[in-house]
Write a protein that binds this ligand. Structure first.
Ligand code: CTP
Ligand code: MG
Length: 410
């Protein structure tokens, strides 16, 4: 647009948003915390740095409008003209906006008319409209149709099938020479034509030549409730835990030996035997440790804490598990869940289950709700059934960040 030509933007925001459903008119409803109207104003203000912006609003919507203006950067709000009241149809609302601009001491050379309900209009689309408007006097953004379109009678009978290649779904903003569009609106009103659904239709009716330029698929008109949901999804931040989920499996057995207590899940449980092992023989923590190491394919407990090494003699097994959890953290990952099953005829696990869960949760840095402990007998079968020892199984779930090439772990 040449520097001499002046430009105004009219944003029509006087509809009731019937199709969008309950609550206040859709243009005042937020998407990701900011109203459609504030988003549309900001988009047009950014794309047209020299233009005045006039909003057309419902008679009772002044408070909602003022609220939307508070959502704007102060610089944008300063570009707004005093809003004017709309009419019963979009066409009437635009006409009211045009008449208000016509009353200004210096009406603009060009005008862009934009729907408040199109908050995602991209700046390059606006630039194309401005260039074409200046070149030929009237321009609208359009996109090609993918569906074949039928003209259909009220009773469902197909009247005809327009050639799809000649059809375009048009959007806003639509650009016009100000004076010709004002004349077109006045003529249409005088002729009782109040059924025209966009300004291009008013201009065409008055004999103006209108050109279509390339629109944008993202320049949707928020119309139905699901359009709000899609808009929220579009603006939602990327999910926090992008990456991959891994599950590891662990299994361990320890034999009974003479003694008075077993240590299971870090909890000492009185019993007629103890468990024999190089460390404290906590079969449950060992199974969980292997599950955590398994989830990150980082060997097993014996690799990191060899039984041949005297320093682990009698060691408290919580340090093995804490070590495995730390290995996950070192990979940028997070242990999110642990589930263990204890297999023995005795001692009875049930009374100690919650203490075990709390102990395991504390070692792993997990909320207790992410730790499960279950127990079963083996129906007197096998070594556990003969009360020769205790077995434990566990799975651990780990979230790891996305990796360029997971196979390089090896
Ligand atoms: N519009 C307007 N005055 C009207 C009707 C519509 O200013 N009397 C505006 C709307 O606020 C919207 C744009 O024109 O920004 C496009 O209209 P539409 O999407 O149909 O919005 P509503 O009319 O509000 O919605 P509905 O038709 O579902 O009631
Ligand atoms: Mg409408």
């Amino acid at each position: 647009m040449s520097s001499r030509a002046s430009l105004a933007v009219i944003i029509v925001a006087a509809g009731r948003g019937e199709r969008a459903g309950a609550g206040q008119p859709k243009q005042f409803r937020p998407v990701a915390g900011v109203s459609l109207l504030a988003r549309s104003i900001a988009a047009m203000a950014a794309a047209c740095p020299q233009a005045d912006i006039l909003c057309v609003i419902g008679e009772d919507d002044r408070t909602a409008y003022e609220q939307a203006v508070t959502e704007l950067e102060p610089g944008w709000a300063g570009r707004l003209l005093e809003p004017v009241a709309g009419g019963p149809t979009r066409q009437a609302s635009v006409r009211n906006g045009m008449e208000a601009l016509a009353r200004a001491p210096e009406p603009p050379s060009y005008v862009l008319i934009h729907d408040a309900a199109r908050p995602f209009v991209p700046p390059d689309l606006v630039a194309r409209i401005l260039a074409q408007t200046e070149a030929t006097g009237a321009a609208v953004p359009g996109t090609a149709l993918v569906d074949t379109v039928k003209r259909v009678a009220a009773d469902g009978r197909v009247l005809d099938t327009p050639v799809r290649a000649e059809l375009s779904a048009v959007q806003t903003p639509q650009g016009f020479g100000f004076a010709p569009l004002l004349d077109a609106h006045r003529l249409a009103f005088a002729a009782g034509r109040e059924d025209l659904t966009d300004d291009a239709a008013v201009a065409e009716w008055a004999g103006m030549v209108v050109h279509v330029v390339e629109g944008a698929p993202e320049n949707v008109k928020i119309t139905r409730p699901e359009d709000f949901e899609a808009a929220e999804r579009r603006l939602a931040p990327a999910p926090r835990n992008r990456g991959e989920t891994r599950v590891g499996l662990g299994y361990d057995v320890h034999a009974f030996e003479p003694g008075h207590a077993v240590i299971l899940g870090g909890v000492a449980i009185p019993h007629e035997f103890a468990l024999s092992g190089h460390s404290d023989a906590d079969v449950v923590l060992h199974a969980i440790t292997d599950a955590v190491l398994g989830a990150i394919a980082d060997g097993d407990i014996g690799d990191h804490f060899p039984p041949s090494d005297p320093q682990w003699k009698g060691a408290s097994s919580d340090r093995f598990l804490a070590f495995a959890v730390e290995r996950v953290r070192a990979r940028g990952g997070r242990l999110v869940h642990v589930d263990a099953t204890v297999v023995c005829e005795a001692p009875r696990i049930g009374p100690h289950r919650d203490a075990m869960r709390q102990s395991i949760a504390a070692i792993c840095g997990l909320p207790v709700g992410r730790v499960a402990v279950k127990a079963t007998t083996s129906e007197r079968l096998g070594f556990t059934g003969r009360r020769e020892g205790v077995a434990a199984q566990a799975v651990a779930t780990v979230l790891l960040p996305e990796e360029a090439d997971p196979t390089e772990d090896a």
